[in-house]
Design a protein around this ligand. Structure first.
Ligand SMILES: [Zn+2]
Length: 383
């Protein structure tokens, strides 16, 4: 059974009631170990992923040449063979059950320092994954490399990754409009449909938030990502700037504070779509805040930035003009407020006469789509 975040909240409420009325029973662990896997991340980081059926309560300790993750109220998985990638710092992984506590002990090839909090992430369920505790680490500096030969059990993806494509604006909300009359809602819908086709044929499972000229609230768009258990959420837009000479693409991720004044203005402009019809968002926002621990918010933000950086690189490699400024900016975009990692991509400026012309052409739209497809393929979905 696949539970949504909201289901889990409901069930935990229900559990509380049952516990209150039943007499005290023999121990049964609330949580269960599902999977353990290792991998290599950019920067030669070793990644250890511990997947559990419920949100884990855990601690991490560092005996000599080991990492020990202690999971409270969790039962071991006797049938589990950890999926060990080659070239990581982990030689072997063992499970040790003692009472209702499960220890996952990773024997290390080289010493490491205590893992900073930023490199330990707790991800909520998506797709076929359950809760995942993710630890990224490198060898302590100054240690000598030892060569370890390991059997590799390659972890082929057992499912299609889910990408939700959001064509911004629509219906009564045209978005920005170029001097030549080109409407943002039309350009981004055309790009979104092309992108869906290409990603589908590349083996992804994709969904459009809208497939025609309809108006959707920002919270509805975000909730489609949640309902589809998306791995990635891409919101497509085109920009306008008071300076008609300004051009180029830009990529944004969600943050509570804007990274710069321009990003703040853009978030205000994009969020204004909902000022047409504000009802519903406040409640949604509150639900998300309850469900997301600060650690999860951090994890979603980190994955989003990882994708966004790759997206900006793919655009630059395709020689698509970039708006001057940093590769990735941050701002409080309502449409990105969810548990799904994602980015808002401003494909170009409709306020610039030459870019307005370009954005309308099928060949330029194909170029944009090809760059996004590359960035999605390069994104590491396996956490
Ligand atoms: Zn827009």
């Amino acid at each position: 059974m696949k539970l949504t975040r909201r289901d889990v909240l409901k069930i935990s409420g229900l559990t509380a009631v049952i516990v209150a009325v039943l007499p005290r029973m023999a121990f049964a662990a609330r949580n269960a170990l599902r999977n353990v896997r290792t991998g290599i991340q950019p920067g030669n980081k070793t990644r250890l992923v511990i997947e559990t059926s419920a949100r884990p309560s855990y601690s991490v300790s560092y005996p000599t040449n080991q990492i020990v993750v202690t999971l409270n109220n969790t039962s071991a998985n006797a049938n589990l063979a950890p999926q060990m990638a080659s070239g990581t710092l982990i030689n072997s992984i063992t499970q040790v059950q003692s009472g209702d506590t499960l220890k996952i002990i990773a024997d290390l090839a080289r010493p490491i320092n205590e893992i900073p909090r930023d490199n330990i992430m707790l991800l909520s369920p998506n797709g076929d994954n359950e809760y995942r505790l993710v630890l990224d680490f490198t060898a302590a500096s100054g240690t000598v490399a030892t060569t370890t030969t390991q059997k590799q059990t390659s972890a082929q993806p057992s499912r299609k990754y889910v990408v939700v494509i959001d064509a911004g604006h629509g219906g009564k909300d045209p978005g920005c409009i170029g001097k030549g009359g080109t409407q943002e809602k039309t350009v981004v819908l055309s790009v979104a449909k092309k992108l869906k086709n290409k990603l589908d044929s590349a083996g992804f499972q994709t969904y459009l938030t809208r497939s025609n000229d309809t108006y959707l609230k920002l919270a509805q768009r975000a909730s489609i990502g949640e309902k589809k258990h998306a791995d990635l959420f891409l919101s497509l837009h085109a920009n306008a700037n008071p300076s008609r000479s300004m051009k180029g693409f830009s990529v944004y991720t969600l943050s509570e504070k804007a990274s710069d004044e321009e990003a703040a203005k853009l978030a205000d402009a994009e969020n204004a779509a909902d000022k047409i019809d504000v009802s519903g968002f406040e409640q949604f926002d509150k639900d998300i805040r309850i469900a997301l621990s600060s650690l999860q918010q951090h994890a979603v933000a980190e994955l989003s930035v990882e994708y966004a950086n790759g997206c900006a690189s793919a655009f630059k490699r395709a020689n698509i003009t970039q708006q001057p400024g940093p590769d990735v900016r941050h701002a409080p975009f309502a449409v990105l407020r969810s548990t799904v990692p994602g980015a808002l991509i401003e494909l170009g400026h409709l306020s610039n006469a030459s870019e307005e012309k370009l954005l309308k052409t099928s060949s330029h739209q194909d170029k944009l789509v090809a760059a996004i497809v590359k960035s999605v393929k390069a994104y590491n979905f396996d956490v």
